[in-house]
Design a protein around this ligand. Structure first.
Ligand SMILES: [Zn+2]
Ligand SMILES: [Zn+2]
Length: 194
């Protein structure tokens, strides 16, 4: 399936190198933000680097999910799903507390960035299975992870009607915080005091 960004000609999922962990309609977080923020490609004539195809897309600023430092997402494939400023910060995410600490981070990131508002536990498990090759994750396990105190605070829950499953949504007021720091608890207390 082709990326929904009309300016992009890539596929949503690349079989050999799947860096796209959160987007089911776009090839990358970059393209989803590009469309959401109504960005335009830089016309070739305006670009000093007109020979380089990747340069016709502007950088999009984001923040490191661990330390909050500014990072740039670029259209280039390896830059288009960036989440951390450095290897050190990536390592900190991998070392989140608990056996499934990093999985919970990925789950929260999918809820926040994944392009749909409400998610069932099954839908989350399915996307994580497809994108991240985490095959052992059942809907029940996902629901359990979402009930963990450090995840629960950033998730809103809606009971399904009748036999419909419970739905989950990322609380937008938490969107501006680096996710790893949030899960670790760095931002809860320190932020109340300022
Ligand atoms: Zn794309
Ligand atoms: Zn960082």
């Amino acid at each position: 399936m082709k990326c929904w960004n009309a300016c992009c000609d890539r596929l949503v999922d690349r079989p050999m190198q799947n860096l796209n962990k959160t987007q089911t309609d776009y090839c990358s977080l970059y393209c989803s933000l590009f469309v959401k923020n109504k960005l335009q490609p830089i016309p070739y004539s305006d670009s000093k680097h007109h020979k380089n195809h990747a340069k016709k897309f502007p950088n999009i600023s984001a923040q490191c999910e661990n330390c909050g430092d500014g990072i740039n997402l670029g259209y280039e494939f390896s830059e288009s799903n960036k989440a951390f400023c450095s290897k050190v910060c990536h390592q900190k995410a991998r070392k989140l507390q608990g056996r499934r600490g990093f999985v919970r981070y990925q789950m929260a990131k999918l809820l926040r960035d994944g392009g749909r508002e409400w998610w069932s536990a099954r839908a989350l498990a399915q996307v994580m299975d497809n994108k991240q090759m985490i095959h052992t994750l059942s809907a029940g396990a996902v629901a359990q992870h979402l009930r963990r105190p450090q995840i629960k605070i950033m998730i809103e829950t809606k009971k399904g009607e009748g036999s419909a499953p419970t739905q989950y949504r990322f609380r937008r007021e938490y969107s501006r915080y680096p996710l790893v720091a949030l899960i670790r608890g760095d931002f809860n207390d320190s932020h109340r005091n300022t």
